[in-house]
Design a protein around this ligand. Structure first.
Ligand SMILES: Cc1ncc(COP(=O)(O)O)c(C=O)c1O
Length: 442
């Protein structure tokens, strides 16, 4: 489907610009608004078509363009949602497609489950593999990152005294899973602490290397640290670990479909992500990448009865699942590609920098995310000196109508701020105003 067709489909789905959007409210001097009927609401199809050749950088601060994307979401008016990190709820076009899949699977019933269910799941995995830049026999669909990565940790063929390296800033479920295999198999967890403001990639590589010993077998690293939004130099860490004979498992929960990369270019051995985060697949969708030839290193979580399967397929037995969720993967990938992965990345980085640049210089305000734009994208974390993160989160909600999540641990005290493609600079102006007022009281 080309971009024109996609735009037409959006329009047919009734996704026109938000009621009463006044195009005069767009960025002053925006040449792309020429030819439009100023002051009138126009269909999204007429409007988005003008942007076909616009570059990601040119569109990053083009508020008219992003207002159109925002118009495709049904937004709850009660608060400004700056907590998209847990779940990137769906734009209406994906939601409607998903509801259609629920109806269709229900209509076909067991016939669907006994006939095309598996072919469709394979087709979805193949589509994801193209997006991830890997081979289709290196990727399976799971329910989430937790299932993907805990399957690797729990299924690894550990021996007593083996060591694994990880960071205090990694996600709790994986840290807990390493403790569980510690109790079960005698695996020792070596935990480093990643600085919020590293001076260089080399500092981070050396930090991880310092925890490796001759007994180390597996190193876990977050592609993007979930509590601060810091992006880690994963490829350099993988190359270093491989020199020591250590395999690397990457937690990509927040990276996939947030910023662009091909998984094989990271040189990792295992990679897990949640598709209900940045790809906007309905809840309960994830993926696991296992580099070709390595799947035999992992004991499956559940035994596969189809003996014709081999390789990564042996890790993918699930039992009966909400299979309509799998089907929505194609809709979410199409939506993402038509919006433009490069446009999304540039916009998310732009809006994060929009507010953090202002916040970094405010008295009493601490930004816990690196300033270097290559070390972050949409997510950042901010605290107020002397204020508990939980109090900050509740004040932001009650006094300013901003919904966030408090982070208090692993060297990070603040609220995680996760905008999405529908977030406006005006939303973030409210955040900056609140930080200014709260920081001034310190
Ligand atoms: C870095 C990281 N890893 C793993 C997870 C777990 O994701 P899920 O609950 O979708 O399995 C999260 C959830 O926020 C996360 O931030």
């Amino acid at each position: 489907m080309d971009k024109r067709t996609f735009i037409k489909e959006l329009a047919l789905a009734g996704l026109s610009l938000p009621l009463g959007l006044n195009l005069q409210a767009g960025k002053p001097g925006n040449v792309r608004s020429r030819g439009l009927r100023n002051g009138k609401t126009v269909p999204l199809a007429d409007w988005l078509g003008q942007y076909e050749d616009a570059s990601a950088q040119a569109l990053a601060d083009d508020e008219v363009y992003w207002e159109g994307i925002r118009g495709g979401y049904k937004l709850k008016p009660d608060y400004i949602n700056l907590e998209n990190g847990y779940y990137n709820f769906l734009p209406e076009t994906i939601l409607e497609a998903y509801i259609g899949h629920v109806r269709d699977v229900n209509y076909q019933g067991s016939y669907y489950m006994r006939t095309v269910q598996w072919d469709n799941k394979s087709a979805m995995a193949a589509k994801l593999a193209v997006l991830a830049g890997c081979a289709s026999d290196e990727l399976i669909i799971t329910r989430n990152t937790t299932e993907s990565l805990d399957m690797v940790i729990g299924g690894y063929k550990w021996k007593v005294g083996d060591e694994a390296v990880m960071a205090a800033q990694d996600y709790g479920s994986m840290l807990e899973m390493f403790k569980l295999v510690g109790d079960r198999y005698g695996v020792v967890s070596k935990v480093v602490s990643v600085p919020n403001h590293p001076a260089s990639d080399e500092e981070l590589v050396a930090l991880y290397e310092s925890a490796i010993t001759p007994r180390t077998r597996l190193l876990m690293v977050s592609h993007m640290i979930n509590i601060t939004g810091q992006i880690l130099p994963v490829r350099k860490i993988c190359d270093m670990a491989h020199q020591h004979g250590v395999e690397v498992m990457v937690d990509g929960a927040h990276a996939f479909a947030h910023f662009q990369y091909n998984i094989p270019d990271l040189h990792c051995d295992y990679y897990g992500s949640s598709l209900h985060k940045w790809l906007s697949v309905p809840l309960g969708s994830g993926m696991l990448y296992v580099k070709k030839g390595l799947s035999a290193n992992i004991w499956p979580l559940l035994a596969e009865s189809n003996h014709s399967l081999s390789g990564i397929g042996l890790l993918n037995h699930t039992g009966t699942l909400p299979v309509h969720t799998d089907l929505a993967i194609a809709d979410a990938v199409d939506y993402y590609q038509k919006m433009g992965p490069d446009r999304k990345e540039a916009r998310l980085r732009y809006i994060q920098q929009y507010w953090t640049k202002q916040a970094r210089v405010l008295p009493g305000v601490i930004v816990n995310t690196p300033e270097d734009p290559t070390r972050s994208c949409g997510i950042a974390n901010v605290g107020i000196k002397g204020m508990k993160p939980a109090d900050l989160a509740s004040t932001l909600l009650k006094k300013y109508g901003i919904y966030t999540v408090a982070i208090d641990g692993a060297g990070v005290q603040g609220c995680r701020i996760t905008p999405n493609v529908y977030t406006t600079p005006q939303d973030l102006d409210v955040l900056v105003k609140s930080l200014k007022e709260l920081g001034a009281n310190v």
